[in-house]
Design a binder for this molecule. Structure first.
Ligand SMILES: *[C@@H]1O[C@H](CO)[C@@H](O)[C@H](O)[C@H]1NC(C)=O
Ligand SMILES: *[C@@H]1O[C@H](CO)[C@@H](O)[C@H](O)[C@H]1NC(C)=O
Ligand SMILES: *[C@@H]1O[C@H](CO)[C@@H](O)[C@H](O)[C@H]1NC(C)=O
Length: 425
């Protein structure tokens, strides 16, 4: 009895001692409880300590600032939905304060946003002065490429869009005769045949780098003969390659929306088209009955993650810090990448909200990031070539879907050598 009383007194004193009269700030509840959530769930998210959105524009880098504005405008939570499908307001409205018309004249106001503009390499300067423009005229079109292939069986399983340049006649011809043949192409392992369509994506011959022979007439001839050239009215330079993506997505949506898969790559790679068809044919998701569906987040290639911009001013890929800050999102190397046409439609839509970036494969990674799509790595994409000792052995190509880089002559040899069955490997 006494001991109980003693314990009671001690506890009372202890409680009294630990009591502090100063008013403490009311602590935030440990968990934020969303309306409608069951309160006895142990898995509630913790209360955010700071605002979880970024109110400040990224300091310095021009691309990041422009993109920040676009991301905010395109934020479906913050955006006023009453105006419906409003397109992106142009960055010139916010950055320049003019009427915002996306005229394609070089815009020197951009340079004023870059303190080191005058010391930048030429290609960066050219890019900055025209990065607000993406509506270039189509000079050579192939409007009938997918005409009459509207039924399920006839629609191209694979649509190959190959980045080329006016002068690369030999590459294009070798591709036509080998892995880029248009028409019915047989799977490698199976017996089924599928429609394949090939086009070459070109800009205007870049004549700013010195005197060049005028090849336009020859190109006209080639185009009328093969009907596989798309040419737009912009200078075909390395830093303008992104334009080929965005303009091709526009073209595809109008002229070949029925295609199932897109290949986009360089004209100096080798593709085992039959093996690619085998692989793609397995990428349908079966629905009820016999209907099949292509996923709208399907993209495979040689995936590069955690890449940083090159800060070496003499490098081909040099991006100054005043233009872009931060790590690149995951992207598939531009030598060759395959994605579903359903994803191409989504890329086309989201690209309206992504500022042009001078490196085309990084730009696609930026678009994918905003769609919440992760590119998948496929070990068959050898954009850095096979080990040198194996390059001449046909058997080494058994697991290859794409390999970089091969000259037109090598394409022809390889194609012939790989015709023989690889079963003996
Ligand atoms: C927003 O707009 C779209 C397209 O007009 C509409 O389908 C959707 O229901 C709207 N959402 C809200 C929350 O009002
Ligand atoms: C792009 O569109 C703008 C606005 O409509 C126009 O002023 C400009 O001339 C167009 N550029 C090209 C190359 O067609
Ligand atoms: C891209 O093409 C446009 C139109 O021809 C040109 O004005 C611009 O300088 C080019 N950009 C680069 C980086 O070459």
């Amino acid at each position: 009895m006494m001991s109980h009383l003693l314990v009671y007194i001690m506890v009372t004193i202890f409680v009294a001692m630990s009591y502090t009269p100063e008013p403490k700030p009311v602590p935030l509840p440990l968990h934020f409880i969303a309306p409608g959530a069951s309160t006895n769930s142990g898995a509630l998210a913790s209360h955010p300590l700071h605002a979880f959105w970024n109110l400040h524009l990224v300091e310095g880098a021009l691309w990041n600032r422009l993109q920040h504005l676009k991301d905010r405008e395109n934020n479906p939570i913050l955006r006023d939905n009453t105006t419906g499908g409003r397109g992106p307001a142009t960055e010139s409205t916010s950055m320049h304060g003019n009427d915002g018309s996306p005229s394609c004249k070089p815009d020197h106001l951009w340079a004023s946003h870059l303190p080191d503009f005058n010391t930048m390499p030429e290609q960066m300067k050219y890019f900055v002065l025209s990065m607000h423009c993406r509506n270039y005229t189509l000079l050579m079109n192939q409007p009938d490429l997918c005409k009459g292939q509207d039924t399920k069986a006839d629609a191209p399983l694979l649509f190959m869009a190959i980045k080329s340049q006016v002068g690369n006649f030999e590459n294009r011809q070798a591709i036509r005769e080998t892995w880029g043949r248009t028409g019915w192409v047989q799977e490698e392992a199976g017996v089924e045949r599928w429609q394949v369509r090939t086009v070459f994506l070109l800009g205007r011959q870049d004549i700013t780098t010195g005197p060049h022979p005028d090849l336009e007439a020859l190109l006209q001839l080639e185009s009328s003969l093969h009907k596989d050239i798309l040419q737009w009215d912009f200078r075909d330079t390395f830093f303008n390659l992104t334009l080929k993506d965005v303009l091709f997505w526009d073209w595809l949506s109008v002229h070949c929306p029925q295609a199932h898969f897109i290949f986009k790559g360089d004209d100096d790679v080798f593709v085992r088209t039959g093996a690619l068809l085998d692989y793609l044919n397995g990428q349908y998701t079966p629905l009820q009955g016999t209907t099949k569906k292509v996923r709208d987040d399907f993209l495979v290639g040689d995936v590069i993650t955690n890449a940083w911009p090159s800060r070496q001013p003499t490098a081909k890929y040099y991006i100054p810090e005043s233009f872009y800050k931060g790590v690149y999102p995951a992207y598939a190397g531009g030598g060759g990448v395959v994605y579903s046409a359903a994803l191409a439609r989504r890329l086309r839509a989201v690209s309206q909200w992504v500022s042009l970036f001078p490196i085309d494969d990084v730009y696609m990674g930026m678009c994918l990031q905003r769609l919440g799509v992760s590119p998948s790595d496929h070990p068959g994409f050898f954009t850095f070539d096979l080990p040198e000792a194996n390059r001449d052995k046909p058997c080494a190509y058994r697991k290859v879907l794409l390999v970089h880089k091969r000259s037109p002559k090598e394409m022809l040899t390889l194609w012939r050598d790989l015709k023989a069955p690889l079963a003996e490997c």
